[in-house]
Write a protein that binds this ligand. Structure first.
Ligand code: NAD
Length: 391
């Protein structure tokens, strides 16, 4: 009989909900969702009641009853719970982004060199604590598990392909989180909130390519970046269709990453997009070319002349109208990678092996993004990505 795994959830919001949905569909492991906690009593109680999960007042109280802490709180709260869980000998699942810089009331205007330095210290601290405790660590980056990205992994492993260049994007109209547009809670704007997804997918694929050929990951070396705050321009004409609640963070970003083998990846990301979530990764390799449609996943299109008729029918996250043609998200948990992600995490934890999306990818992604903020401050100058760990 396999040992039961007990999981405790931190955060009772948007991500917490789909984690529970997907965790309850995991097969092959005896998994119990033992508890949930969050900052506000009201939100954790409502969530616990809705999902039939015991409510804890704090992480400290919940930790001793669980084997894995699943962190779905806002980015500013991740580090302390990662460290607490690792030191208590527990496994960790952590939502993206891993961590960031939060010690500012106007992050957009703050100096970026000290920001990068401070983030690197945090990354080092997390890496050392997780390593020292030999903790199971899973980085909840769903792009890694999107069907197209996992198919691409198989192609790389079976054909020995070399990726020459990649392009990718995640853009949609804001976030469900009320603190998303505030640097001191989110750690930045589009680059970190959304750009982290395609960036991680591309870093992951180059890691796979390197491991497959030379037994070690191919890693990012430099980045050039620009960000803009377009909805805060004085001449922005607000038609009230696009969200504008970005306090001190960018709503558009671009990163050009050069890998240690001289190949490249381009990431576009923004809040300024109508028509639902726009996510893709395109790969140009020496023996094939792939387009991974993450959203819309192109499984179904619907033409609906009267929006009201579809009032209670879910079409796609952040689609602003249900009239006319729409691309339907028939099963977002699968097409966006969430279900496969949870399956891999729980199975990996049970089998005591690292998951596809692990700590090395989380650390490299975060360092790349803060090096990108520094590059942006220097109007896009090529900037070294300091990677002080071998993971
Ligand atoms: N992978 C994805 O596609 C995806 C999508 C959405 C969110 N996320 C990530 O999930 C995380 C949560 O985002 P969300 O959209 O669910 O936010 P949310 O605002 O909907 O929910 C956050 C929850 O965390 C709780 N919380 C806030 N501060 C806390 C603290 N200090 N300690 C414990 N709990 C705290 C809140 O009370 C709330 O229950 C973020 O890291 C976000 O980037 C990932």
């Amino acid at each position: 009989m396999k040992k039961k795994l007990r999981l405790g959830l931190v955060g009772a919001g948007f991500a917490g909900r789909y984690h529970v949905e997907c965790l309850r569909r995991v097969y092959g492991v005896d998994l119990e969702i033992t508890g949930v906690t969050s900052l506000r009593e009201e939100s954790r109680s409502t969530f616990g009641k809705a999902h039939g999960i015991k409510v804890y007042e704090s992480v400290t109280g919940m930790l001793e009853d669980v084997d894995i802490l699943d962190i779905c709180s806002p980015p500013y709260a991740h580090e302390k719970d990662i460290i607490a869980a690792a030191n208590a000998g527990k496994g960790i699942i952590c939502e993206k982004p891993l961590t960031g810089y939060f010690d500012t009331e106007n992050g957009g205007a703050a100096s970026k060199a000290p920001m990068l330095k401070s983030v690197l210290e945090k990354l080092q601290r997390i890496a050392e604590t997780v390593e020292k405790n030999k903790s199971f660590f899973a980085y909840a980056e769903n792009f890694v598990y999107a069907p197209g990205i996992q198919k691409e992994r198989e192609i790389l492993e079976k054909t020995g392909a070399q990726i020459l260049r990649m392009t990718g994007e995640e853009s949609h109209n804001g976030s469900a989180s009320p603190v998303y547009g505030i640097w001191e809670k989110a750690g930045g704007g589009s680059l970190i909130g959304k750009g982290c997804h395609p960036l991680s997918a591309m870093l992951y694929l180059k890691r796979i390519e390197g491991i497959m050929r030379d037994g070690r990951p191919l890693r990012p070396k430099t980045v050039c970046s620009r960000t803009h705050s377009i909805t805060r321009l004085k001449n922005y004409r607000d038609e009230k269709l696009i969200r504008t609640d970005y306090h001190d963070v960018e709503d558009y970003g671009f990163m050009h990453v050069t890998f240690e083998d001289g190949t490249v990846a381009d990431v576009l990301t923004s809040e300024i997009v109508l028509g639902g979530i726009y996510d893709y990764v395109e790969i140009f390799a020496n023996n094939h070319r792939s387009r991974c449609h993450i959203s819309p996943a192109k499984l179904m299109d619907i033409y609906n002349p009267r929006g009201k008729e579809f009032e209670n029918i879910y079409l796609m996250e952040k689609v602003s109208t249900k009239e006319g043609w729409s691309s339907i998200a028939t099963d977002e948990n699968f097409t966006m990678g969430y279900q496969t992600e949870m399956q891999d995490f729980i199975l990996s934890a049970a089998e005591k092996r690292p998951p596809q999306s692990g700590l090395g990818l989380a650390l490299d992604t975060t360092a790349t993004i803060y090096a990108a903020y520094l590059s942006d401050e220097k109007n896009g100058t090529e900037t070294e990505i300091p990677l002080n760990w071998e993971l």
